[in-house]
Design a protein around this ligand. Structure first.
Ligand code: ADP
Ligand code: ASP
Ligand code: MG
Length: 410
């Protein structure tokens, strides 16, 4: 007998028919002799709908109340799935975040899990029940409802799997696994049978939203094996596991894109010690996460600094930088939200050269201008004009032979 955590995303529970299908799949796993904890997302589109309601009633709704509101989406699907299972004759119980006792910090909308009390879950399992947990939510030490960031039900599932020492965490979604790039924009994308936590973490944080970034961090830390698969098929999906030798042979594993950042340039600031700290200090104090930074070669003691921030923070960031810019005697501040970041990811990059130049040549072959570049040991990212996003993904996917099985074994 194994203990399996199964998480079903929004599209998998989008209506009652799909909820009944999920119930059948869960029941089958139970009938095979396994203990099952299920984690559900809200119905597809529900979290966005609730957010829009909050914005309609108030332009700046209280973050505490937004989390109370958003948590209702998962409450609905958890109870409906428990009912569907009971209707099929299976003992089932739904539990909300506070009932499981998923404790988080008090950062509404992006709360971090601090601890999970497994005792209630264990008791229900011992009584032979299928436990259905509402994903994406917890409580802080004061008892306030918190949510774990968009896509946070993935984290609920992985964290519960870790807390209970589950044998496997299955993430059921609307695609058959983790692909070499988003299959919805590149038809040649290929399913990756096995990927390391490290690569998956880079892919997720660089835009592959099939797994929430923090859920991968958590899985890596606690060594939780994840199987990403489709709730609409029986095919095996992608195993996300610790790195092994065979993975090293693949130079580039995947291509990702992100369009949720904008670019800010501060022009002609003095190229003297302390200037960067003067600019980025106040941004950090305002809790604005700066991603890529490029400083131009200085001319006559002055330089341009360009960096990216989340689009949601652009207005605040520009205000701050304009203020600092005045103090520093800068020539002006320019900003551009119409950018995309395309990235290639692969652990094999550590041991192969020429990967960056191949990426730049591929983008150049389509006349796509590179505005910013950043690299790490296992990824290279380029900022380009947003309108070239899909073209860039396809040309990179082709350039690194990701659509063709044969080229993978270099
Ligand atoms: P769920 O609602 O089940 O959590 P998500 O919408 O969060 O599902 O994630 C699945 C989506 O992730 C897919 O529909 C796909 O468009 C997108 N995606 C982006 N990059 C990738 C990738 N490399 N592999 C698979 N899916 C990807
Ligand atoms: N319902 C939440 C969201 O849409 C959490 C999740 O689906 O994982 O982001
Ligand atoms: Mg998701």
């Amino acid at each position: 007998m194994a203990l399996i955590v199964q998480k079903f995303g929004g599209t998998s529970v989008a209506n009652l028919e799909r909820i009944r299908n999920v119930a059948k799949r869960v029941a089958r796993t139970r009938e095979q002799g396994n203990e099952v904890v299920v984690v559900v997302s809200a119905m597809a589109g529900e979290t966005d709908r609730l957010l829009a309601l909050a914005k309609e009633v108030s332009p700046r709704p209280s973050q505490r109340e937004v989390d109370v509101l958003l948590a209702t989406g998962e409450q609905v699907t958890s109870s409906l799935l428990a009912m569907a299972l009971q209707d099929m004759g299976f003992p089932a119980v739904s539990l909300l975040g506070h009932q499981v006792r998923i404790f988080t910090d008090s950062n509404y909308s992006t709360a971090r899990i601090q601890s999970i009390d497994g005792s209630r879950l264990e008791r229900e399992l011992k009584e032979g029940k299928i436990v259905v947990v509402a994903g994406f939510q917890g409580i802080d030490q004061e008892g306030n409802i918190t949510t774990l960031g968009r896509g946070g039900s993935d984290l609920t599932a992985v964290a519960i799997a870790a807390a209970l020492g589950a044998d496997l965490c299955e993430i059921y979604t609307d695609v058959e696994g983790v692909f070499t790039t988003d299959p919805n924009i590149c038809p040649e994308a290929r399913k990756i049978p096995k990927i390391s936590y490290e690569e998956m973490l880079e892919m997720a944080s660089l835009g592959a939203k099939v797994l929430q970034t923090r859920s991968v961090e958590f899985a890596m830390k606690y060594n939780v094996p994840i199987h990403v698969r489709s709730s609409f098929s029986e095919e095996d999906g992608t195993m996300v596991v610790a790195e092994d030798q065979s993975m090293e042979r693949v130079v580039v594993t995947g291509v990702t894109y992100k369009t949720d950042e904008g670019k800010i340039t501060i022009k002609k600031v003095p190229d003297t010690p302390g200037v960067a700290a003067r600019i980025f200090g106040p941004l950090a104090e305002a809790n604005i996460v700066v991603d890529m930074i490029v400083q131009n070669v200085s001319e006559d003691g002055f330089t341009d600094l360009t960096f990216t921030v989340p689009k949601g923070d652009m207005t605040r960031a520009v205000e701050i930088v304009e203020k600092v810019g005045k103090e520093l005697g800068a020539k002006g501040v320019a900003w551009d939200p119409d950018i995309a970041k395309v990235s290639i990811v692969g652990v094999g990059m550590r041991t192969h050269s020429g990967v960056a130049s191949k990426m730049f040549a591929a983008l150049a072959s389509e006349g796509i201008n590179i505005q910013m570049i950043s690299t790490s040991e296992i990824k290279i990212s380029c900022v380009i004009e947003a309108k070239y996003k899909e073209l860039a993904v396809r040309v990179l996917h082709k350039a690194f032979g990701l659509g063709e099985e044969a080229v993978q074994e270099a």
